[in-house]
Write a protein that binds this ligand. Structure first.
Ligand code: 13P
Length: 267
């Protein structure tokens, strides 16, 4: 499975939220967005696992909107009560898997090693990993943002055998932990600098081969008002949206505003 996009990627991470009514309302609202706007983005919805099939069944444009999972287990099958495997996700047509979200590290004590193993499993099944990386407030204050991102990327490189292909067909979401759910976002200059750092670091690592289909997006307190700011002078390949993706009004506005900002930036 490959991402063949030159478009902006917009990902909705619903976290532990949503129900059948929300799914119906949200998809109805998205269906009102003109086709030329939807075609200009890769839209990926990450509902809780229990709703994946419901979202998939109700997608009105199955080839323009994708579904993804918020997590997977490290095992393919077996006695692991309560878990979901990558094979099951593949079975129902899931294309993307979010990995290493800071909330999983905080509340489920996920280690960097376990995150790398999950990344490897997702790749081995030809699904597309969306790897979250980012620093805490303290690390930012100490000026360690680049060091932390580099360390989190290195953990992945260290575990994969075919290092030059590690980040082919992958997305990295730069999500500063201090920004998630707080309404605070980094300065535009900071976002563009770190995104460019991540891209260059990965390119340097796999020299002389070229990384293919690799994208870096921004996440953390994205809403319809700050989208223009994030996309301005466009370092980011897209957005990972949390709370604002649950409101059909806000999420539609994010899509519209992304479209118009990127159109302006590309003139
Ligand atoms: P918020 O957009 O609610 O800050 O969440 C960001 C996030 O964690 C997306 O994965």
């Amino acid at each position: 499975m490959t991402i063949l996009t030159k478009k902006k990627i917009i990902i909705a991470n619903w976290k532990l939220n949503g129900n059948l009514i929300l799914i119906k309302n949200l998809l109805e609202k998205i269906s009102l967005i003109p086709g030329y706007i939807l075609k200009s983005i890769d839209l990926i919805l990450l509902p809780p696992h229990v709703y994946l099939l419901e979202v998939k069944r109700n997608l009105f444009k199955k080839d323009e909107i994708y579904i993804g999972a918020q997590n997977i287990d490290k095992h393919f099958f077996g006695a692991y009560t309560g878990e979901t495997s990558v094979l099951m996700l593949q079975d129902i047509g899931v294309k993307y898997v979010l990995i290493g979200h800071s909330e999983r590290k905080k509340y489920h004590l996920e280690s960097e090693k376990s995150i790398s193993e999950k990344f490897k499993i997702v790749k081995s099944c030809n699904l597309i990993p969306i790897l979250c990386i980012g620093e805490t407030k303290k690390e930012k204050q100490l000026g360690q943002t680049e060091i932390i991102c580099k360390k989190q990327i290195d953990e992945i490189f260290n575990l994969l055998e075919h290092k030059d292909e590690t980040f082919n067909n992958s997305i990295i979401a730069y999500e500063p932990i201090w920004s998630i759910g707080t309404g605070q976002i980094p300065e535009l200059k900071e976002i563009n600098e770190i995104i460019s750092f991540i891209k260059n670091y990965i390119k340097k690592k796999i020299f002389p081969k070229k990384v293919k289909n690799f994208f870096v997006i921004y996440g953390g307190s994205v809403n319809s008002n700050n989208v223009q700011r994030i996309f301005k002078k466009g370092g980011s390949d897209g957005l990972l949206v949390g709370a604002a993706s649950l409101s059909h009004k806000d999420f539609s506005k994010i899509i519209y505003n992304s479209y118009y900002t990127n159109k302006k930036e590309n003139i």
